[in-house]
Ligand binder design. Sequence first.
Ligand SMILES: [Mn+2]
Length: 393
Amino acid sequence: MYKLLTHNDLDGVGCGILAKLAFGKQVHVRYNSISGLNHEVEWFLENGDKKTFLLITDLSVNEENEEKLNDFYLSGGKVQLIDHHKTALHFNDYEWGHVLVEDAEGKLTSATSLFYAYLIEHKFIEPSDTIAEFVELVRQYDTWEWEKNDNQKARRLNALFFLISIEEFEEIMIGRLQHSEHFFFDEFEEKILDMEEDKTERYIRRKRRELVQAKVDGLFAGIVYAESYHSELGNELGKENPHLDYIAILNIGGKRMGFRTIHDHVDVSEVAGRYGGGGHAKASGCSLSEEAYRQFVTETFHLMPLREDAKRNRYNVKESSFGSLYENRKGEIFLLYPVNENEWVIDHNDEKVEDTFPSFQEGERFLKRTYEASLAKDDVFVSYLKNLARKGN
Ligand SMILES: [Mn+2]
């Protein structure tokens, strides 16, 4: 008998699907949240028998269970932990641990891709093109490579995963992986995925107007409350606000929070680590501890949301050689303009800001980080110019 304890996200469930393809009725699969795993492991160690092979994928245990699992292994128990999170690398110290963040070719791994390789290596599964395609979609989704590659199929696989129950998803995928030449979505799935996309877009549009900005531990965070669509939301808000180091998404009901970044210079697994969580450089999470609650909720609740840049301007546009006008909620006005090819300067309420900037983007980043300024609408720009002309006369 086999027992698989794995994560309850797409990558974790991908492992469950592969386990059922490989071991059929011989495997018992349990899907866990990050925090739920330790209870399951404790239960297994107290009630399981030495004949059951314990597999753990996409998650890692706490120090206490790490020791207990090693004792279990040393006394003849069978256990294998497979993970791709860099916070779990120390499990490589054990014979029963296999943690790989990047494969030999430098490609980011996922638990599903590592588990598939493991199952093939031990001849537990017959490899097929369809399974390989499914595994690659899960890997691209989990590592966010889908975005760079614009792999919509990977994104839609995850969307489908959230639209139906885990049990339904498992059943459909197992059938498809066993009987199809290629991996595909059927007509009905395509239709509901289209509908879901429209709904997500509307949700993000609403959340965009609730984003607040705060400096936390030296980094600029965009903070938003949301129950669903964390990945999409983190990604969209991050791209729209490149001046923010990361986006923090709070799920108060679930007492959890997630961190997302689009930047290479920020590692949000470190940010989450500060609050007892973990994850990847680009996506991570933690429980909403008292400290996290204080930093991200108490300290920011009074803040007004960020204003969006004016979108339909004809005159006040970004990177204009005449200057781009910004304003903030306090009514402060900023003009960002070039004085030569590599130097941009800012007038703040008609007074020159001391710093100068090598590019428009750098200047804008400064304005948004320091003053929460946004691109003003055309009519504000026109009256600003009229005012200037009047003063000039
Ligand atoms: Mn994963």
